[in-house]
Design a protein around this ligand. Structure first.
Ligand code: MLT
Length: 230
């Protein structure tokens, strides 16, 4: 599903939804859980995030790639590596990533989190599941984007011997990934969110988020909160 606006076209009652927001929400989630964060509660609105901050959560809020004033964390994966966050309960809202999770959670069998950073571990886990898999690309405000589509292609490539790839969107993503896999950084260089991040002076997050298999965490949504399965 290349944009959350088309999620209603997918049958989810026998599906795991893997949400991908490569730049940068799901890369932050994978990084945080890999570095020892206890849980991340994704919420759609800034107000819900503030509510959880007032209850004692460490709160991360991003809109239009910028940190929202009054919150503890921005949306850079490097902000999730601090020792002070080991064992922390984080509440998080982002422009597209957490909104996509909110859209998926009521109808999917399970919601899991994907990034290049945990691609192999996620693929291995999905092979053990009896369910269909829908990759939900967070995109940007209803539009598809290149990096989430490339991730979908990478996951499809990793699972091609296990699953029948039934959607043309999946085949498109897989073919795009096959063409780009040798230099992902170059292939996203002119994409809209890369240009947006660069305008804000955010450079190092881009190459970081494109690294494959840095971590073996597989985040899953349990009772509205993301925790690591392993
Ligand atoms: C989002 O959820 O839209 C993002 O992760 C945006 C960003 O901060 O790069």
């Amino acid at each position: 599903c290349l944009t959350p606006d088309l999620l209603h076209l997918h049958k989810l009652d026998n599906s795991i939804v893997v949400v991908a927001d490569i730049f940068r929400a799901t890369s932050c989630m994978v990084t945080g859980l890999a570095y020892g964060v206890k849980s991340i509660t994704p919420v759609a609105s800034v107000e819900e995030c503030k509510f959880l901050q007032d209850k004692g959560y460490i709160a991360a809020a991003e809109r239009d790639a910028r940190k929202v004033e009054g919150f503890d964390l921005d949306n850079s994966p490097f902000s999730y590596m601090h020792e002070s966050l080991i064992g922390a309960q984080i509440a998080m809202t982002t422009t597209n990533g957490t909104l996509s999770i909110s859209k998926a959670k009521s109808s999917a069998v399970k919601v899991m989190i994907g990034a290049f950073l945990n691609l192999g571990a996620l693929a291995e886990h999905l092979k053990t599941e009896p369910y269909d898999v829908v990759v939900l690309c967070a995109g940007w405000k209803g539009r598809p984007n290149l990096e989430d589509t490339l991730f979908t292609g990478a996951l499809a490539e990793a699972l091609k011997d296990e699953f029948m790839l039934l959607e043309d969107g999946t085949l498109m993503a897989q073919r795009l990934y096959q063409q780009s896999r040798d230099n992902l950084l170059a292939s996203v260089s002119n994409s809209s969110h890369v240009r947006r991040l660069q305008r804000l002076g955010i450079q190092k997050d881009i190459s970081y988020c494109l690294q494959t298999d840095l971590y073996d965490v597989v985040p899953v949504l349990r009772g509205g909160t993301l925790v690591s399965m392993n």
